[in-house]
Ligand binder design. Sequence first.
Ligand code: NAD
Length: 316
Amino acid sequence: METVVIVGSGLVGKSWAMLWASAGHQVRLYDVVPEALASAPGQIKEILTLLEAKGQLRPSKLNVQEQLELISVHPDLKEALRGATYIQENTPEALEMKRNTFQLLDALLKEVGNTTAIIGSSTSTIQGSLFTNGLSVEERSIVVHPVNPPYFVNLVELIPTPGTKPEVGIRLRGLMESLGMKPVILNKELPGFALNRIQYAILNECWRLVNDGVLSVADVDTVMKEGLAPRYVFMGPLETAQLNAHGFVDYCQRYGQGINSVSQTMQEIPLMSGESCAEIDRQLQTILPDGQLPQRRAWRDENLARLASFKRELGL
Ligand SMILES: NC(=O)c1ccc[n+]([C@@H]2O[C@H](COP(=O)([O-])OP(=O)(O)OC[C@H]3O[C@@H](n4cnc5c(N)ncnc54)[C@H](O)[C@@H]3O)[C@@H](O)[C@H]2O)c1
């Protein structure tokens, strides 16, 4: 059993806590904001109770009460790190914040004599070496980037820095698999890792299509939801291509030139601001006013839970 310290108990931190507890591990929550820390267990209890009522808990040998008993709050980070085997950092996405947090973890781990705990960072876009370089924990630090919320979405990107010991990535891969996650290890650090590089390519083109007056916001989302997404739930774009011809080589022969010609017409990378940003927001507000975001997030999570259980049924 692992003793996991969650640093930062916001959206992602709470979801990580639920995930680790569902697999029977001890979870210690820490947050620099006392109110955030104090309210976290109640919020987790509320979410798990609701999921239980709907039959949408992640598969676990433990009932909700047993899972909740594994989660404790720790206002003193140093004490929380004593005996910890894994630490997941979830502070806000800013390089200085990550650097300060890793420096603090480095110092506190030294003070409590913890020389083995692995430290994962949830950062979505910042290369880990930028905040672990030169620290004594560098060789046991690694980016462990989840998709929000990790309790419901299985992909996790593991991105070792040049200073991370290879066995750390291997151990993390095993741990993540034991949680039922689907880890991928990147062979080198690059901005945005893999998921966000792909996501940003999609967002850029969606922006251009609206900006050029080709499609409305609603229609862009329909293209994705009703066109690309149904297949992508089950297979990636490369397998999709393979199936769309007599294999991938045939696909390249048939469509490679066309794909290249179309791609040449894609204009420069947009800066997402200004009048186009306001226009997309205006259209979005008529579909989903920002005031309804909390309910819509609950709806999203419920559907993700259903989808996860359907994929389990299919053995995917
Ligand atoms: N939200 C997402 O969709 C998503 C997805 C994947 C990864 N991430 C990454 O996860 C990290 C956290 O994101 P989030 O959405 O949970 O943010 P959040 O704002 O919901 O939570 C951040 C938490 O960190 C706490 N905090 C601030 N400074 C701290 C410090 N010095 N020490 C300890 N706790 C501190 C805050 O009080 C807050 O509770 C970011 O790096 C983000 O990029 C987010």
